[in-house]
Each structure stands twice: as structure tokens, then as C-alpha cells.
Design a protein around this ligand. Structure first.
Ligand code: NAD
Length: 368
């Protein structure tokens, strides 16, 4: 039987609650022969309390060794004043850096039952399923020089540098085409080649990679500003949107709001494919934080964390059928009118974390 190794990092606040919910879902797939094994470790404030650091070397080793890492959330007011190097977020940053996770995936999926929670009209977002792929380790957030200089006469000059090398664009482009093959087989690459040299190179490299290796995937280009406009005008025209760190930061937040609540948004960060096994290092996590205001109440929405595991099924384990099945079970539980407090609206049935999870399991049972 295939063994699939997971590292679970529940973290802080509601993290352990939504991770427990996700363990229930993993266990359900194991009863159907999925063969997941999992280890748990500490990250964030909980790791700081135990080890004085935001993630231990041993936990990092387990992360490198796992086929996929699932992380819930880190942080909380009790750690606001700890040293910068050991603050809870440092655990997250070390994972991203040491595992070289350069590709950030943010899907925007709109479940029909929640279409009215979007700021756009129902028919524009109902059934929406797009994926923003953002380059995460290069571009203007990291480029040098990055300075503020006094230039005299009471004036200062701020400089940020947008810089991309060919290899950085090649590897994110490859990731986009490969992801597109597992979905709608279409990539829309967004940059600003009309005013930025990095945009000119971006387009050139994406086209070269496409021509050489991925002609079966449809490729379009769009200027990033026009892309933002199209995302709110007609978001369903997209499948995979490929873009750099800066534009991806903005476009993924715009796309997130198409779907409604923070408790619904999963994400993934992927590294390079291993040349021998083809496997990528991968970290899956909800977009939301540790929600200290509701921690311990049993009311947290587990869907973003469960859907993050759904992304792991799809992107780390090529279990597309199982991932679709999990998405359908989430949609069906929502269709029944079950709502955690963050999603609550008129005439719906209020439920907590455990009831929502049990409802998703019941839908998985019903469909099998
Ligand atoms: P947050 O995402 O934790 O919470 C924002 C609001 O959304 C809160 O009202 C919270 O109750 C609600 N919320 C979030 N997730 C929810 C869920 N699953 N179900 C129901 N309601 C949910 O953001 P914040 O309050 O700005 O930050 C709280 C802590 O989390 C801070 O310490 C922050 O640094 C940390 N944080 C961590 C991450 C991460 O681990 N990736 C991300 C963002 C914030």
C-alpha cells in the first residue's frame, strides 16, 4: 500500500481546533485505503513556549522529510512582545525559506450556497473556481537596492528594485503549466510589459517555456491592471493566473474577496520539483490567522483548513478524484444550510467546528 507522509503543525489559537477537524477528514480517507501517516509538531507561540524558538530544528527536519506539511495558524497577543527572531510568524517564514517555497497558490472557489456572501452578483461568482499562482521569493519585495536616502534640501529618495532572473520565471511558469494540466488547462500570465522591463522578460520567458514544453496548455497574456479589472468584471473566464510577487499579492486578495469569508480560504506554497521523483516540497495552510478572539469556543470554521488538505490531495498526491469529492462534500454540507458563526445568515442552521466537520464526513459517506 502507498504510504503518504504528512507533518501536521496545528500552531496557536484556533489552529489545534481546525487541525483536529482536518485529522478527522484524513482518517476518513485512510479508512478508504489512502495510506496517510502523520506526525504532529509545534510551530509559532506553542513552539516558543516549549523550545524558545518559533519552530525547532527537529520539526524542520520532519518538514523536509514529509510529502506535505499542513499548518493551521500561528500567533496571538501573548507573544506580541517576544524577540523578533522568535516571534510566532518566524516559524512560518523559516518553513517557507528553508523549503524554498517559491510558488504560492491561492484558489478562489465560490460554493453556490455562499454566492450571496460575495460582493459581486451571484451569476458572476456562482461556481467560480480559479487559481492565482504568485511568485513568492523574488521581485520587488526582495530586490536590491532597497533604500531610503537623504538627497538634501529636505528631500529623501526611496528605492525598491523589481528584479527577476530567467530561472525564477522559468520555474514559476513550469509550475503554472503543470497546475493548469490538473485543472482547466489554461494559463493567463499577467505583467506590465508596457512600462516595465521585468514585464518584457516575464512574457518572453513564459512564452519560451510554453513553446518548448507545454504547447498542449492554452496560454494568454494580460496586462496586470487589465487583469484586476477582468477579475471583478468576469472572473469565470480564468483558470490559472500566473503572476509575479507584487501583482500576485494584490490580485490574490482581490480574488479572495470574490468568495466571501476568511474562514473559507485555503492556500498552498510549493517548491521546485525533485528531478528524480518529480515531487515538490509543499506547505498547505488556510489564509486566516489564529483568531484568538474565538479560540477555545469550538466555533471556528474548519473549511479553510480542510480545503487546504484538499489542495494537498490534488497537488502533492495527484488524488484529483478524492480532492473533487472533498470539495463536493463541503459544498453539500453548505447546501444543507449549515453555517459556522462567521458564515451565518438568515434562516441558516448555526453549527460549531465539530458539527460542520461531521456534516462533511456524512456527505463523504453519502457519496461513497
Ligand atoms: P485572523 O485571521 O486570525 O482573524 C480575523 C477575524 O476573522 C477574527 O474576527 C477571527 O475570529 C475571524 N476568523 C479567522 N479565521 C476564522 C475561522 N476559521 N472561523 C471563523 N472565524 C475566523 O486575523 P487577526 O485577528 O488579524 O490575527 C490574529 C493572529 O493571527 C495574530 O497574531 C496574527 O499575527 C496571526 N496571523 C497568522 C496568520 C498565519 O498563521 N498564517 C495569518 C494571519 C494572521
Amino acid at each position: 500500500m502507498t504510504t503518504r507522509k504528512l507533518l501536521l503543525l496545528p500552531g496557536d489559537g484556533i489552529g489545534p481546533e481546525v487541525m483536529a477537524a482536518t485529522r478527522t477528514i484524513i482518517d476518513w480517507f485512510n479508512t478508504r485505503g489512502a495510506g496517510f501517516t502523520y506526525e504532529e509538531d509545534l510551530v509559532g507561540g506553542s513552539a516558543y513556549e516549549a523550545h524558545g524558538v518559533a519552530i525547532s530544528d527537529a520539526a524542520m527536519e520532519s518538514a523536509h522529510d514529509a510529502d506535505a506539511v499542513l499548518l493551521a495558524a500561528v500567533g496571538g497577543p501573548q507573544w506580541d512582545d517576544v524577540d523578533y527572531d522568535v516571534r510566532p510568524e518566524a516559524g512560518l517564514l523559516r518553513l517557507r525559506k528553508d523549503m524554498e517555497l517559491f510558488a504560492n497558490l491561492r484558489p478562489a472557489i465560490c460554493y453556490p450556497a455562499l454566492a450571496d456572501a460575495s460582493s459581486l452578483k451571484r451569476d458572476l461568482v456562482e461556481g467560480l473556481d480559479i487559481l492565482i499562482l504568485r511568485e513568492l521569493t523574488g521581485g520587488v519585495y526582495f530586490g536590491e537596492p532597497k533604500t531610503i536616502t537623504d538627497i538634501g534640501n529636505g528631500q529623501k529618495r526611496a528605492v525598491d528594485t523589481q528584479v527577476y532572473d530567467t530561472f525564477e520565471i522559468e520555474r514559476i511558469a513550469r509550475a503554472a503549466f503543470e497546475l493548469a494540466r490538473t485543472r482547466g488547462n489554461k494559463v493567463t500570465s499577467m505583467e506590465k510589459r508596457n512600462v516595465m522591463k521585468s514585464g518584457v522578460l516575464w512574457r518572453e520567458v513564459v512564452e519560451t517555456v510554453h513553446k518548448a514544453e507545454y504547447v498542449d496548455v492554452t496560454l494568454d497574456h494580460m496586462l496586470a491592471d487589465a487583469g484586476g479589472m477582468q477579475l471583478v468584471r468576469a472572473p469565470k473566464q480564468f483558470d490559472v493566473i500566473l503572476t509575479d510577487n507584487l501583482f500576485g499579492d494584490m490580485l490574490s486578495d482581490i480574488a479572495a474577496m470574490l468568495t466571501g469569508s476568511l474562514g473559507m480560504l485555503p492556500s498552498a506554497s510549493l517548491g521546485a520539483a525533485d528531478p528524480v521523483t518529480g515531487k515538490r516540497k509543499a506547505l498547505y495552510e488556510p489564509v486566516h490567522g489564529s483568531a484568538p478572539d474565538i479560540a477555545g469556543e469550538g466555533s471556528a470554521n474548519p473549511i479553510a483548513m480542510i480545503a487546504s488538505f484538499g489542495m494537498a490531495l490534488r497537488y502533492s498526491f495527484a488524488m484529483t478524484g478524492e480532492s473533487d469529492r472533498l470539495d463536493q462534500a463541503i459544498a453539500a454540507a453548505l447546501d444543507k444550510g449549515l453555517r459556522t458563526p462567521d458564515l451565518m445568515s438568515d434562516r441558516m442552521t448555526p453549527v460549531g467546528t465539530t458539527e460542520m466537520t461531521d456534516a462533511i464526513v456524512a456527505e463523504l459517506d453519502a457519496a461513497s
